[in-house]
Design a protein around this ligand. Structure first.
Ligand SMILES: NC(=O)c1ccc[n+]([C@@H]2O[C@H](COP(=O)([O-])OP(=O)(O)OC[C@H]3O[C@@H](n4cnc5c(N)ncnc54)[C@H](OP(=O)(O)O)[C@@H]3O)[C@@H](O)[C@H]2O)c1
Length: 372
């Protein structure tokens, strides 16, 4: 905090003394407000917990949020390591999906007022902080039944899953959907929507027996432990040799290759990500022979290219939540000052489910399902 003492310039002061016998010089105090945040100052290095200057004056369409919860995504880890497809200029504060309370609104903001509980998607990140400033159009009112943690855990994972299941793969009732990294946040969101909203049957593929039992608990019809079993053989076994109609692959590498070999005729393979670190090549002959479609999905880019679809993805999942059809998976939490431990947790493949951070006095946490 810096305090600046201002008094009238000397010349003015002298002129004024000529006109008045008594001059009352009132000091004006101006204070630069700050708040706590986790800052990436150098790629590949731990985030720094520090005070950063708060935005002083809002533009007409901006809303200031006291952040209570912020999602921690796999992409944040990649961003801070310099391995993501987008490379923001340094320094930056990661964190795109936040929930919290409105503390101030710009002059033209109509939909929100002070005290509203909201979830928002920050286009300039800045979510790992006690405060962030978002555009009105990037905010949604939190339903009373939705906690801050659920709000911050929902948009990226469920938005991606919704778009993948609707527009990208046109998943139909009764179809079989294979999901890799099924115990991860996009994986569990996809399972939740596929089974509880779209009436599909899900095979969840995950690394290890604990993750597989979580996947079964969350509604999968079958689970494959791809650390010990062949995805291809198990999927063929579960589907009577037909294969999966729709595949969501977030892992890449060998898992992707296996997926290509257990997809049904006219199957749709939705490419979600490469958590395993290796970007696979697709032999075009396999697509041709089995009438398969391989489809790329980058949910966040819909905000820039097709705003209405992007908004619909969140509106839809919010309404499923309100109707009690879906429930994001929340577990362990990390406070802001442990954000680097949270990153390690994700990198070591220990995480499951949606992740969000919550802020009370410090910052918040990111949440993990406790595997039991
Ligand atoms: N396309 C989009 O619009 C979009 C949107 C959101 C996320 N994504 C991407 O989708 C992927 C999954 O995201 P998420 O949020 O579900 O992540 P997450 O919850 O952190 O799950 C990632 C999972 O990937 C699996 N994995 C396999 N190999 C790994 C490795 N070498 N290192 C770390 N994890 C590995 C692990 O599960 P197992 O141990 O079970 O293998 C891990 O738990 C990421 O690549 C992310 O960038 C894409």
């Amino acid at each position: 905090m810096s305090i600046i003492f201002r008094c009238p310039p000397e010349l003015l002061l002298r002129a004024a003394t000529r006109r008045a016998s008594v001059i009352k010089c009132k000091p004006v105090f101006s204070r630069t407000k700050t708040h706590q945040a986790a800052v990436c100052k150098e790629l590949g290095k731990p985030l720094l917990i520090t005070q950063v200057p708060s935005v002083q004056d809002l533009t007409g369409s901006q809303v200031r949020i006291a952040v209570r919860s912020c999602g921690i995504n796999f992409a944040d880890v990649l961003l801070a390591a310099g391995l993501y497809q987008e490379k923001p200029p340094l320094p930056f504060i990661p964190g795109t999906e936040v929930s919290g309370e409105v503390v101030e609104v710009g002059k033209s903001v109509r939909k929100f007022s002070k005290g509203d509980r909201v979830l928002g998607l920050s286009q300039a990140m800045q979510g790992y902080a006690q405060e962030c400033v978002l555009e009105e159009m990037d905010l949604w009112r939190l339903p009373d039944s939705m906690s801050f943690e659920e709000g911050a855990a929902l948009p990226v994972s469920y938005g991606t899953a919704w778009l993948g299941l609707t527009r990208k793969s046109n998943t139909k009732k009764g179809e079989t959907v294979l999901v890799t990294a099924a115990a991860g946040s996009v994986g569990l969101a996809t399972m939740d929507l596929a089974t509880n909203v779209f009436g599909a049957k899900v095979i969840g593929a995950a690394g290890g027996p604990d993750k597989c039992s979580l996947v079964m608990k969350r509604g999968a019809a079958h689970a494959v432990d791809y650390k010990a079993e062949s995805i291809r053989e198990k999927v063929k076994e579960f589907t009577g040799g037909r294969g999966a109609n729709v595949i969501f692959d977030a892992v890449g590498g060998d898992a992707f290759k296996e997926c290509l070999r257990c997809i049904a005729w006219e199957g749709r393979l939705v490419i979600i990500g490469f958590a395993g670190g290796s970007i696979p090549k697709i032999p075009a002959n396999i697509l041709l022979v089995k009438n398969i479609s391989a489809i790329g999905l980058y949910w966040g880019d819909f905000r820039n290219k097709e705003l209405e679809t992007w908004k619909a993805s969140i509106n839809e999942v919010m309404s499923y939540f309100e109707k009690g059809q879906i429930k994001p998976h929340i577990g362990r939490t990390f406070p802001l000052h442990q954000v680097n431990e949270a990153f390690k947790y994700i990198q070591q493949r220990k995480s499951t489910g949606c992740k969000s951070s919550h802020l009370n006095l410090l910052f918040g946490c990111f949440t993990q399902e406790q595997i039991s």
